[in-house]
Design a protein around this ligand. Structure first.
Ligand SMILES: Cc1cc2nc3c(=O)[nH]c(=O)nc-3n(C[C@H](O)[C@H](O)[C@H](O)COP(=O)(O)OP(=O)(O)OC[C@H]3O[C@@H](n4cnc5c(N)ncnc54)[C@H](O)[C@@H]3O)c2cc1C
Length: 321
């Protein structure tokens, strides 16, 4: 087994629209995309997540994105110091062909950020996520990008098999990546592990179930950490799938084709790396992580050591925020 092998990555387009010269995009569609919308007796999701698509026809961004890249959104208005709001990044949720098949309509997956004001304890609503979720079709918005070049599929996606781990809006890039791989007709095995607190928080659940039913090389594993009632003993985190589905994931991760992508809540990557350490042989695990001699014990791994003392290989792709 080769030890330093990594995928051949594509050249991607970057920074075609900078913050000083953003493009104007028009909202095409905005829909709630959690499983629980509260309608028709369904359990309500504990958060609001919207799938929002933008028309970028005729701008430098048209046709320029790959799933895994992000675009910047410049919210209108000024911050508490009177300076214009800074841009926020949002992951492309579309496949390379865009939502329309021609790269002219791109979507993202936005979670409304709600918190308490530090001083007053009053409701704090995140600036850009709430701006985006309030938009209606026909509204315009300033976009920049594309941003990011490493967290994308390899140049020839069919050369690899994939294990995608997502939490929350970290699902966005995997919606596009899964569609890209499946639509290419490649025989690649693709496993998507989606973690959420409650089943009602699953994002794009019905779409992934449909894709799994239509493509035998795609497996969708929704993974719920806070079951209530009789199912309370079935609490699972994304990394637990490495043991519950060892027969599925083991052969992918042990083969030279296996790649691991992680996107979502900062910190989730450590649990996944520990889970991989526990479920793979030392030789197979060495394909994904190299730790300095004093950090061989996974209990010593902390986020701040990542890429310093605990080094994922080129077969691991991390995008956490
Ligand atoms: C590469 C990348 C990709 C991303 N992709 C996505 C995506 O696909 N979907 C998505 O939803 N998000 C994504 N994000 C996160 C996104 O960029 C924003 O950070 C997020 O939407 C919150 O922005 P906001 O303007 O709503 O919140 P902000 O207003 O920027 O608030 C941010 C934080 O500051 C705290 N805060 C600030 N001021 C106060 C205050 N006065 N009182 C209390 N708390 C305060 C908030 O609680 C919050 O934690 C991504 C981030 C990165 C880096």
């Amino acid at each position: 087994m080769k030890t330093e092998s990594g995928p051949i990555m594509p050249e991607v387009k970057m920074h075609l629209a900078l913050p000083a010269s953003p493009v104007t995009a028009t909202v095409v569609e905005t829909t709630r995309c959690t499983l629980g919308t509260g309608r028709g007796g369904a359990a309500k999701s504990s958060g609001v997540v919207r799938h929002i698509s933008f028309d970028i026809t005729g701008t430098p961004l048209a046709g320029a994105f790959r799933p895994g890249q992000s675009f910047g959104v410049i919210p209108p208005g000024v911050d508490a110091k009177g300076s214009p709001h800074k841009l926020r990044l949002y992951s492309l949720a579309s496949p390379t062909r865009g939502e329309d098949g021609r790269g002219n309509v791109v979507a993202t997956t936005v979670k409304r950020l709600l918190d308490e004001e530090w001083e007053t304890h009053k409701l704090f609503t995140g600036v850009c996520s709430n701006y985006l979720c309030d938009l209606k079709p026909g509204d315009t918005v300033l976009l920049t990008g594309p941003s990011g070049k490493r967290f994308v599929l390899p140049k020839d996606p069919g050369d690899h098999d994939y294990v995608f781990f997502a939490t929350g809006t970290g699902i966005a890039p995997f919606r596009g990546m899964v569609m890209d791989v499946l639509e290419s007709g490649a025989a690649s095995k693709v496993v998507l592990v989606m973690g959420s607190a409650y089943a009602s928080d699953l994002i794009y659940h019905e779409q992934f179930e449909g894709l799994a039913a239509a493509h035998k090389n795609f497996t969708y594993l929704p993974t719920i950490s806070r079951h209530v009632g009789p199912a309370a003993d079935r609490t699972l985190y994304v990394q637990d799938r490495l043991s519950t589905h060892r027969d599925l994931l083991g052969p992918i991760l042990t083969s030279e084709r296996g790649l691991v992508y992680v996107c979502g809540i900062a910190g989730m990557e450590m649990g996944i790396l520990r889970g991989m350490h526990a479920s793979l042989s030392p030789e197979a695990f060495a394909q994904y992580l190299r730790a300095d001699p004093e950090f061989q014990d996974p209990k010593t791994w902390e986020r701040k050591l990542l890429n310093r003392k605990v080094n994922p290989t080129r077969r691991v792709f991390l995008e956490v925020y």
